[in-house]
Design a protein around this ligand. Structure first.
Ligand SMILES: Nc1ncnc2c1ncn2[C@@H]1O[C@H](COP(=O)(O)OP(=O)(O)OP(=O)(O)O)[C@@H](O)[C@H]1O
Length: 957
């Protein structure tokens, strides 16, 4: 991987730039990082090579240094112990005149997999390579760090998934910091102004947050770059929550923090990287940005954005070391999060958009949609899905194109067939621009360019604006295509230094050198016959070895016949090898010409590559259009195959006919359901467990997301408003896999919703309040309903088992009740998955417990308790039960009987038994009091319940 030629690499002795981390104390005193103590203590005595090692370790002391020695990357001392442990490779020793050091190494040819493991273990890796030919070095071979590999800046194909891989950078500006800021050309809006611009359809480019506004004028900025493709964007907001949402949306593999931000401020999943404070200085950052965008103020909105962008570019350059400026980062873009539908991590997770509950990517929305044919399309689909639109005109433009393609199946099929031949030219041109592409990359670029004229042809009758735009944007880069076609061999080798790369007829000098070499070889080839004839030695042969070069071989029996001008070169057991002055001259000529041809080829290749690098921008534009076309064709294909309908937009509320859940319907027979949230935009959804409430609510949210990304939707007919944000709060135990199923988390998510939702939001509440006692839960559920209804007016679906909550529908205008029915025949429950108006009366929780395999005694006892609840809730004195209650029918209505029987038992009890039971009851009460219901799952609760009952039973026997 990392072994490509590195143009312009500085020798390590020339490295003037000290560690960027000097200003930052190393987060951990990991023995694998920095120079080994044992070596620094005696550095005067070290060999020159080990001195080199120590100096490089010092310069990159936050990274694990891999030090090239021949065909291996080696590590010493603490780093050697770490890599031997992490990579399960043998720990050896290096012994020299100054001491013995632990050493471990990985073969360069297989470095990628090892590097991946080290990245996963949380290390950054500095790769120090030999940058001069070991044979030509006079003293110790020069080495330099040519690359710092970090999770967010990986560029090696072997280490990258097809999706985007971002490194983000966070910075903050407080009002006091920016008040006198030299470049703060745009005063931040007040909260009122922000609110005003938010209502204008979100198209204003003004930077400000939505939702909870931070105290007085704090601006948070985030910039992010995908170094493998060159995509670069930045934004800012008053609200930290908005920036957190952007982090959630982008899921960067690494986040660089400005000194004013501590990692506790944000919820960050990837690696957290502190960076040199100097890079965040406004002037320094601005200067860095200027080399990518001449007028930073024309792109960015405020100082915080420029600081984040500048420092991020500085960090990205630092990791690519030898390359300096990143030529493939051609477009710095600023965006406004309010132009996109809000989708935070909670919503993405609970709707299984990119990951399922177990963290995998099957059974997700993206898995359903991802029928893209090329990597460019795959990434574009990801963008569309992560950032559904708010601008109806842009959405309709996408839908028009999708619709046209649904009707034009031949166009769609042909386009998809051609797109299959498209390479990941975005990453490819990034390699070209970084001077890392080989001849095969250039041929792959040509293969892609070859497709373009045919694609244009296929789209020649396209009518919708976006398809026409795609067609017109398909620049086939004929100049580049022609150049590669003329210059590069059809099937070149991977190496670019060993010849065979440049096509015949491209360069006269190269052709001359090649023909000189070829003629020389032909002369040698005919030498054998000539010499046999001349000398009369029939067994004479001509051969070649790497070490001795060309020779004429004569067996011992014929040595007498050897001519005078033959000079002995080598003696073997049965023969002698000779050369002649002419053979020697020819050999020099062949070798010289071949060598010069190789280096001429290399020179020509790098010139061609540089020429193509200058066209990076055009290749990127072509990539954009190919990506868009792939997504449009894919969405059309999905729509046709799955019978999706084109959504319509309007302001009358959500109306869906025969809606389906796009993921669930792929794996089971699905019962479609309608939704009418127009007149009554708040729906309380009740019904038994497992009836389909969550699925129903989620399918409505997924339909809104699909519609706003420009896709058709799984339904017969859909009309909906543009939703500014989807909020979800799913029940506590649904989150158990994430390990965060506390009532506290439930409430803090609820807080986000109540603060952030607007009348244009879609809110899904799934069993809010379940994590606490029934009384508190019901109270919270009711208060939340009232608040959303009275204060926010968001379209809301609230699934609940608090059947009393449904009464609120009668009290509040605009609140409706929906129920899912179940059918119980002969004790077997069947879920119909059909939604109807009205409120359900039973939850069938015990039936679900039985279906899930809860032991019979627990199920039976649960039935008893369900049926006896009414009786026990009545103030009926001591309420002592004998534990032998046979239980009535499962569906209640026999509470009175149960109570009567316990009443009789009371009357028969002896006074002593009463005292024992009182003690047990006291213990049980104490245990119940200590129970942390918020942290107890339903199954645990049943098991505890079973335990309590057994204790009562045991005492009674
Ligand atoms: N419309 C439908 N057609 C077919 N199957 C469905 C439908 N809706 C839901 N299901 C299936 O039923 C199962 C239960 O659905 P869901 O989780 O939505 O129920 P629920 O009412 O929310 O349950 P609980 O109250 O226990 O959370 C799911 O596994 C799903 O596959």
């Amino acid at each position: 991987m990392i072994r490509n030629e590195i143009p312009g690499t500085k020798a390590f002795t020339e490295i003037t730039r000290k560690s960027l981390y000097d200003a930052v104390p190393r987060a951990s005193m990991d023995a694998a990082l920095g120079p080994p103590e044992g070596m620094t203590a005696s550095r005067e005595d070290l060999t020159p090579m080990m001195t080199q090692y120590v100096e490089l370790c010092e310069a990159y002391d936050d990274a694990l240094l891999l030090f090239q020695m021949g065909d291996f990357y080696e590590a010493f001392c603490g780093a050697a112990e770490t890599i031997s442990r992490e990579l399960e490779i043998t720990l050896t020793q290096r012994e020299d005149s100054t001491g013995t050091y632990p050493m471990a190494g990985i073969p360069i040819d297989n470095a990628a997999t090892y590097v991946e493991t080290l990245l996963d273990a949380g290390y950054r890796i500095a790769v120090a390579e030999q940058i001069e030919d070991a044979d030509e070095a006079t003293g110790v071979v020069d080495r330099a760090v040519t690359r710092v590999v970090t999770p967010g800046t990986v560029v090696e194909d072997e280490l990258l998934a097809p999706g985007n891989n971002y490194v983000a950078c966070l910075a903050r500006a407080d009002a006091a910091d920016t008040a006198g800021g030299a470049h703060d050309t745009t005063a931040e809006p007040t909260a009122d102004e922000a609110a005003a611009t938010e209502t204008d359809g979100g198209t204003s480019a003004k930077a400000s947050g939505n939702g909870d506004v931070e105290p007085s004028g704090t601006t948070h900025a985030v910039a992010f770059v995908d170094v493998s493709t060159g995509e670069f964007r930045a934004t800012s907001a008053d609200s930290q929550g908005t920036i957190q949402d952007e982090l959630d949306r982008l899921a960067p593999a690494e986040v660089v923090l400005a000194p004013e931000i501590s990692d506790g401020n944000f919820d960050i999943d990837g690696m957290v990287t502190p960076h040199d404070a100097a890079a965040f200085e406004p002037e320094t950052a601005r200067e860095r940005v200027t080399s990518y965008a001449p007028n930073p103020e024309a792109v960015f909105e405020c100082d915080a954005e420029i600081r984040a962008a500048g420092a991020l570019l500085d960090y990205a350059e630092h990791t690519q070391v030898a390359e300096g400026e990143l030529g493939h980062v051609t477009r710095l873009t600023r965006y406004d999060p309010r132009e996109r539908m809000g989708l935070d991590a909670t919503a993405l997770r609970s709707l299984d958009v990119f990951e399922n509950h177990a963290g995998g990517d099957d059974h997700t929305l993206v898995a359903v949609l991802d029928e893209t044919t090329c990597a460019l399309g795959r990434r574009e689909l990801d963008h569309w899905l992560r950032r559904p639109l708010l601008d109806q005109a842009v959405i309709e433009a996408r839908l028009d194109a999708v619709e046209e393609l649904t009707h034009e199946s031949l166009v769609r099929e042909e386009a998809r067939e051609l797109l299959r031949e498209v390479y990941d030219i975005e990453r490819l041109v990034a390699r070209v621009s970084r001077g890392r592409a080989n001849a095969r990359d250039l041929r792959a670029l040509k293969t892609t360019l070859d497709v373009v004229p045919r694609l244009r042809e296929v789209l020649s009758d396209a009518e919708s604006d976006l398809l026409v735009e795609c067609r017109e944007g398909l620049d086939g880069l004929d100049d580049v295509r022609g150049l590669i076609g003329r210059a590069i061999q059809a099937e070149p080798p991977a190496e670019i230094t060993e010849g065979g790369v440049i096509a015949q007829g491209f360069d006269d000098d190269l052709d001359d050198l090649r023909s000189t070499a070829r003629e020389g070889r032909e002369w040698v080839a005919s030498l054998e016959d000539r010499e046999r004839e001349r000398t009369g030695i029939d067994s004479l042969s001509v051969g070649h070895t790497e070490v001795h070069g060309y020779y004429i071989e004569v067996t011992n029996a014929n040595l007498d016949a050897v001519p005078e001008e033959y000079t002995r070169r080598q003696t073997l057991k049965n023969s002698e090898r000779f050369y002649t002055p002419e053979l020697e001259r020819r050999e020099d000529e062949i070798l010289g010409a071949a060598e010069r041809a190789d280096s001429r080829e290399h020179q020509l290749f790098t010139d061609i590559r540089d020429e193509i690098a200058a066209e990076t921008d055009r290749v990127q534009h072509l990539a954009d259009h190919l990506a868009t076309l792939d997504v449009l064709c894919t969405l059309a294909d999905i729509a046709v195959e799955n019978d999706y309908a084109r959504p319509e937009f309007g302001n009358d509320g959500i109306a869906i006919r025969d809606g389906r859940h796009p993921v669930v319907e792929r794996h089971a027979e699905f019962v479609p359901n309608d939704a009418d949230l127009c007149e009554e935009p708040f729906a309380i959804v009740t019904g038994p467990n497992m009836a389909g409430k969550s699925t129903y609510m989620r399918q409505i949210a997924l339909i809104a997301i699909l519609a706003q990304m420009g896709s058709f939707v799984p339904a017969q007919e859909v009309r909906l408003p543009i939703v500014d944000r989807v909020f979800t709060r799913v029940g506590a135990s649904d989150d158990i896999a994430g390990g965060q199923s506390t009532f506290m988390r439930e409430m803090s998510e609820l807080t986000d919703i109540l603060h952030g939702a607007t009348a244009d939001s879609l809110v899904l509440l799934d069993e809010v309040g379940r994590g606490t006692s029934t009384t508190d839960g019901e109270a919270i559920a009711r208060a939340v309903t009232e608040f959303i209804h009275d204060e926010i007016g968001a379209t809301t679906l609230f699934a609940t088992h608090y059947h009393d909550l449904t009464e609120i529908a009668a009290e509040l205008d605009g609140v409706q009740t929906l129920q899912f029915a179940a059918d119980r025949t002969d004790g077997e429950v069947t879920f119909l998955h059909t939604v109807t108006e009205g409120a359900a009366s039973a939850s069938y929780g015990v039936d679900v417990a039985r279906m899930a395999g809860v032991p019979d005694p627990v199920v039976e006892r649960s039935r008893d308790l369900v049926s006896g609840t009414a009786g026990r809730d009545r103030p009926s004195g001591d309420d002592k039960r004998d534990g032998h209650d046979d239980g009535g029918p499962a569906d209640g209505g026999h509470g009175g009987e149960a109570d009567d029987s316990s009443g009789r038992a009371d009357a028969d009890s002896a006074a002593e038994t009463d005292r024992d039971e009182a003690a047990i009851r006291a213990e049980i009460v104490a245990e119940l009091r200590s129970l942390r219901i918020a942290e107890t799952t339903p199954v645990e609760a049943l098991v505890r319940l079973d335990g309590l009952k057994r204790r009562l039973d045991d005492e009674n026997h």
